[in-house]
Design a protein around this ligand. Structure first.
Ligand code: PMV
Length: 295
């Protein structure tokens, strides 16, 4: 059986969401596809290579199989993964892989898991691999749509195109979250205030997103990027892209854990198109309504 699940972008609130603050996150129209067939041993094939159960090379898929086997003991499976989502780029590729593999395992081995079961299992896999995380990515890969997190409140953002510029620097979520945790331990009052401010930005952004008020969203996005930079999760490359986009009239910020990965930008269609000519690694994404599904 074959399943797919979408990636996502954080519009506002990454890192702060780890501390229970609000974040606005939308699934995007890039998906990961997983095909599972019964077999006597395990074979995992992905853009990272071909292995058996291998917690180093295929950590998310291997942990997904391990968690699935708490529900049903299986002898083996042929798991083939193909993804449209760049890896370690802050676009939620790890969760999309995990969720699509779990859905395909569920369908192939007839375990009748609900979407919530799949989300819960993917959440455990996130913690198995990263040791830390808010569960936002597996939630978005499972349910699709645009949400206020942790409230699980759907937000209507209408027809938006987002510019994405990939830095092609790796963004390692666990590493970045631990870096922020350390800063918070050293300067609790300062970092707590920054987290509160980021949560506040998220809440302020909702009505403007619903109204498509690009100027106000741009102001808030700029502030969010500055606060993320103050937490030490931006990078020289991200800063350069953000300032070049700003000078073209496009508001932008890193998305996801940072340290690398992708920058997202919003602006008029004209300006965004101009930016795709300037940045060879730029592309557009759209919000995606549908979460995990059988293909
Ligand atoms: O880079 P990603 O897609 O794994 O997003 C990480 C978002 C954080 O808020 C930094 C961590 C989390 O689990 O919410």
């Amino acid at each position: 059986m074959k399943a797919s699940a979408p990636g996502k972008i954080f519009l506002f609130g990454e890192h702060a969401v780890v501390y229970g603050k609000k974040a606005l996150v939308t699934a995007i129209d890039l998906r990961c596809f997983a095909e599972v067939k019964k077999r006597d041993d395990f074979r995992i094939s992905s853009p990272l290579g071909i292995t058996g159960i291998d917690f180093k090379k295929h950590p998310y898929i291997s942990h997904a199989v391990k968690r699935f086997m708490e529900v049903k003991e299986i002898k083996g499976a042929d798991i083939e993964v193909k993804s449209q989502i760049p890896i370690a780029s802050g676009l939620g590729s790890s969760s999309a892989v995990t969720v699509s593999v779990l859905k395909a395992l569920d369908a192939e081995f007839e375990t009748s898991l609900t979407d919530e079961d799949i989300y819960e299992m993917a959440r455990k896999v996130e913690l198995d691999v990263q040791g830390i995380g808010s569960g936002t990515d597996p939630f978005l890969s499972t349910y699709g749509g645009c949400w206020l997190i942790p409230d699980r409140k759907p937000v209507s953002i209408g027809k938006f195109y987002f510019l994405v510029v990939n830095t092609f620097e790796e963004s390692i979520t666990g590493e970045m979250v631990r870096k922020v945790a350390k800063l918070k331990e050293t300067f609790p009052e300062v970092v707590d205030s920054i987290m509160d401010a980021i949560g506040g930005l998220t809440i302020s952004a909702i009505p403007y997103l619903e109204k498509r008020d690009i100027d106000s969203i741009s102001t808030l996005m700029f502030m969010n990027q500055c606060l993320l930079k103050s937490l030490g999760v931006s990078s020289d490359k991200i800063d350069t892209i953000v300032s070049e986009l700003n000078s073209m009239g496009i508001a932008s910020k890193l998305t996801g854990a940072g340290g690398g990965g992708c920058v997202i930008g919003i602006g008029s269609n004209e300006k965004l198109t101009e930016a795709t000519k300037k940045f060879s690694t730029a592309f557009f994404v759209k919000p995606e309504k549908e979460g995990v599904r059988i293909e």
